[in-house]
Ligand binder design. Structure first.
Ligand SMILES: [Zn+2]
Length: 407
């Protein structure tokens, strides 16, 4: 059953990179962009060219490297901004100029010091100019969710009339709620889009932890492009997380009959690559890609998962690219293999501890032909002071996926 297609607009290299501790150099941005292309995103927003020479160079380099995706460059509404974005996209296979201006009275009065009329005029001019430079123009109304809705729709209508084919509704400050946001998207759809060939996009921030929920609500209300980042990085509390949106649609296709081009088995590798590039670990309990996302700690849960993973897993680790070790131990495996396997799982043991666990291992191997990682973890759980100590050590090791799997 093919659902309606949702375009994934990744802004890890722009909004994500803008957040503290997440900066990347040129080579790192290109490496990340290549992985995003492999992951299957539709659009890569590679930077804000007028903001710095580094951003300009990044957009150029990503545009030269990534030929199958659309490469977007961000700009404000002034002519030099738009022209700089266009210049950076000069050699892109599929360029998109993404221009934005704030539409809330708060921003108009305190930041832009412009009247509502002036902002409408700025929108018209920027979109028209962008349209002369690039085939595809996206327009964003910054702080849309705190803007007067009638005025917001008027600005969007102006952008569409001037040639924008993607209108983005950002929840810039992470303020909206799913039901409210869904109402807003419907209103924009009815009042601005109608039967025109214009895509509604959403860009949600996570200040109240609702970025993904708001994004999904918007899709149900008619949005067909989602702006998001890997690991949810971005300004302040971050952006909607790409991996969560993609997997919500995949796992709950019954509720959300939509499709993306995301290769979900690339989610974990992409998350790890970003994490290693920016030197910022993913929080352990992060949905989909956190190291505990598929770890089962409670004994009763482990028992359930060992009997049938469906008991506690709504998706498999493999489906999001979490590596699982195929090495299966059996009764002929020696102490060394066992110790190594535990080491891989993050448990370093002293020889005496290996001896102790090996005894339990062989007695299990007599009863069970193949011993899997889950069995090994369960073995540790046959509680003893030693086991507890091993588990504590494992937590402090940190690092790869399985290392903090503990009992
Ligand atoms: Zn943002």
């Amino acid at each position: 059953m093919a659902g309606e297609r949702i375009a994934v607009f990744d802004t890890t290299l722009r909004d994500g990179e803008q957040s503290p501790g997440c900066s990347m150099n040129l080579a790192e941005k290109v490496r990340m962009a290549q992985q995003l292309e492999t992951l299957g995103v539709d659009v890569i927003e590679a930077g804000f060219p007028i903001a710095s020479d580094g951003d300009f160079a990044a957009v150029r380099a990503v545009a030269a490297e990534c030929r199958s995706v659309t490469v977007a460059a961000l700009c404000r509404t002034s002519a030099p901004d738009v022209l700089r974005a266009a210049e950076a996209l000069e050699h892109a296979a599929h360029p998109r100029i993404h221009t934005f201006v704030a539409t809330s009275d708060l921003h108009l009065e305190y930041k832009l010091k412009k009247s509502r009329r002036e902002v409408i005029e700025m929108t018209r001019q920027a979109v028209s100019l962008a349209r002369e430079c690039a085939q595809e123009v996206e327009f964003s109304a910054e702080d849309a969710t705190r803007s007067d809705v009638d005025y917001l729709c008027e600005v969007f209508a102006t952008a569409v009339a001037a040639g924008a084919t993607i209108i983005n509704v950002p929840d810039t400050v992470g303020y909206t709620m799913p039901v409210e946001f869904s109402r807003l998207i419907r209103r924009v759809r009815e009042q601005v889009v109608g039967d025109r060939n214009v895509t509604i996009s959403v860009h949600c921030h996570d200040d109240l932890g609702l970025a993904v929920a708001n994004t999904l609500a918007a899709i149900e209300a008619g949005a067909r492009q989602v702006e998001c980042t890997i690991n949810g990085i971005g300004e302040r509390a971050g952006n909607a997380s790409l991996e969560e949106i993609a997997m919500a649609m995949k796992v709950r296709a019954d509720q959300l009959p939509f499709e993306t081009a995301i290769q979900t088995q690339e989610l974990y590798p992409t998350s790890q690559l970003l994490s290693s590039i920016i030197g910022c670990p993913v929080q352990p309990n992060k949905a989909i890609v956190g190291r505990n996302a598929f770890a089962h700690e409670a004994g009763i849960h482990q028992h359930g998962v060992i009997s049938n993973p469906l008991c506690y897993e709504i998706m498999t680790p493999e489906s999001v690219g979490v590596p699982t070790n195929n090495l299966v131990l059996g009764k002929h495996s020696g102490r060394h293999a066992l110790a190594l396997r535990y080491e891989d799982l993050g448990y370093s043991m002293q020889p005496a501890e290996v001896d102790e666990i090996y005894e339990r291992f062989t007695s299990l191997a007599d009863r069970k032909k193949h011993i899997y990682d889950q069995d090994l973890i369960a073995l540790l759980q046959v509680g003893s002071a030693t086991t507890e100590r091993i588990a504590t050590e494992a937590v402090t090791v940190g690092g790869s996926w399985a290392q903090s799997t503990r009992v």
